[in-house]
Design a protein around this ligand. Sequence first.
Ligand code: HCB
Length: 236
Amino acid sequence: MPDHSFLAMRQSIIDGTPAIAASLAERAIVVGTPPIEAINLGYVPGMHEVGEQFARGQMYLPDMMASAEAMRAAMSILDPELKKLGAERAMAGTVILGTTRGDIHEIGKILVGTLLTAHGFRVHDLGVDIAGEKFAEKALELHADIVGVSALLTTTMRNQKTVVEALQLAGLRPQVKVMVGGAPVTRRWAEEIGADGYAPSAMTAVVLARELMEQTASSEPGRGREFRLGIQGREP
Ligand code: HCB
């Protein structure tokens, strides 16, 4: 796909125009652009620009909401295409995803869920503003291998720690790995709160999830069998 198409996608996010964002996504599919390229080279850079303009006071909350709507419109077209890849694969592991308590940012988390699904993981998305205990309850119910916690605000990232604590309290910590992410989150923060890993993007979240499954497989041989079947597909 030519560069100007990616620039148009980026601009549709900055302008907050869902109809244009969606029609560019449809066009991308028709011309055979890999959905992940459209996301990474077109739409996500638009979202980053929006964040920067908001920080500089050049954009306001309603503008940011319109941009989020445009992103969702594009994702609603690209998401099913990405997920089709996962349907052809063996199960790689079960992941519970959610945005932490007090935080309603969901776009990055949805993207992580889509790519994990595309790479054979079974994903259960709890949504936004989720308390630590809810993560633990669902992890227990679905025998999750990994819990992925998103936080976009410096004020809510500390709630990622409450997820680790809730899993500990439920006695699940030995078998459930925790990965954290979100704009303000760092590897150092992940270490500080006792998480098993940090991923700065959806692509690296897939790589990390696979590494975490490998760790589980080597510590519990029977449990990793599905994962080893699952990694036979295309690399992220
Ligand atoms: Co929001 N917001 N926002 N916001 N927002 C940010 C996050 C700021 C950085 C903007 C800024 O000031 N530059 C800022 C936070 C500052 C801070 O705390 N350091 C901010 C603020 C201040 C606020 C409000 C407080 C504004 C207000 O009300 N005055 C408010 C808070 C509401 C709340 O949560 N309680 C608010 C509201 C909103 C919305 C509702 C308008 C909208 C969200 C809509 C939605 O998600 N449905 C919004 C948006 C869109 C943003 C920005 C512009 C984009 C976020 C986004 O979608 N990024 C964001 C600016 C920015 O982040 N640069 C801004 C794109 C995705 C693809 O990236 O980082 O989320 P991502 O996810 C990546 C990555 O981190 C990783 O993979 C993802 C995919 O590649 N990842 C994981 C994420 N989670 C992971 C979990 C894992 O386990 C592994 C990897």
